[in-house]
Write a protein that binds this ligand. Sequence first.
Ligand SMILES: Nc1ncnc2c1ncn2[C@@H]1O[C@H](COP(=O)(O)OP(=O)(O)OP(=O)(O)O)[C@@H](O)[C@H]1O
Ligand SMILES: [Mg+2]
Length: 371
Amino acid sequence: MSLLDIEDLSITFPVEGGPDVPAVEGIDLSVEAGEIHGLVGESGSGKSVTARSVMRLLDDAEVGAKRFDYRGEDLYDKSEAEMRQVRGDEIGMVFQDSLSALNPVMTVGEQIAEVVRHHGDVEESTGLLSELRRKYITGTSTSAPSWRRAVSLLETVGIPDPETVATSYPHQLSGGQRQRVMIASALGGDPSLIVADEPTTALDVTVEAGILGELRRLCDELDVAILLITHDLGVVAETCDSVTVMYSGSVMERGRTDQLFENPVHPYTKGLLRSIPEGASTGGELTTIPGSAPEPTDRPDGCPFRDRCPAAFDACSEPLPEHVVDDGHVSHCHLYTEGDDPGEVTWDAPAATNGSLDGTTERTHTEVTDG
Ligand SMILES: Nc1ncnc2c1ncn2[C@@H]1O[C@H](COP(=O)(O)OP(=O)(O)OP(=O)(O)O)[C@@H](O)[C@H]1O
Ligand SMILES: [Mg+2]
């Protein structure tokens, strides 16, 4: 049983007087206990709304799924009170923008200690009066178990001099330190899963590498699973055990990282991999496929990628099929539904041109040369 097991998830934003926005359409997503699973895709592909659906934080959207299980229990069957426990106790979240996610008028130590008291493994009163007294008068005592735990969590995420940093306010810290604080806070309730939405996108490359290394270490040492959202395939290659590739609200391909990188089958995945320079550890930004993704309200029938795909043919206007390439490796592409491996997809158009692949929709199977 997967830790997180989502089947046929759709997320739609109702729009008054306009067409509704089908942000995500029928995707599967699963995360195994103790692994880092990458959710990768271009801007607007639906990564963040998917992440928020796991925390049940999408008040303004209609969320539907055949299955939305965490540890075998449907998250959407839970009451709001049960869900508040799940957020923090079971699933922690790290957002890209730490400055707006952290409380500017509380020290980071207080913020983490509060999470620890409410969700973690310490015996300390969390009654309203004690919390108000802490908040407005005394602060958390530096000898309280929750404060000690906060300091030790800061140390866990690689912050030097955690005692001093705990007494700092968010704006006094660097972006990289704040991201580490967010991770420490997410760890406060000893969760089994952390959902991290582009946790390093705003940071420079060296700081990013440090934090990704930290996530990898936490995953290995604390056995916490991480759903890591990124638009950088280099990050996936360096950090993730398995990966789901999204495009315009659909899953194109998923599998173990080695399966996807060694044997990508979907033309979209192949196109993305083209954009990673040989041997480079980062910089695989998903920008080198000509053209741009359609808006959710403007997708073609069938495969949403077909207008940009060099191998598109008639069948691509039909609903996406599922093709099991190998154990755990699945592609959603019509090229593979005819029983044979079509071989190498030729990406002969130059990367990052003026944005159009002329006549791609007229191309047929024959354009796909045997590899
Ligand atoms: N509150 C909302 N109302 C209407 N549409 C929305 C809302 N939130 C998101 N969307 C739409 O859903 C789609 C998916 O958005 P999402 O933020 O999940 O993309 P993303 O993959 O996280 O992109 P990025 O890499 O830019 O963060 C987009 O087309 C977006 O415009
Ligand atoms: Mg996003």
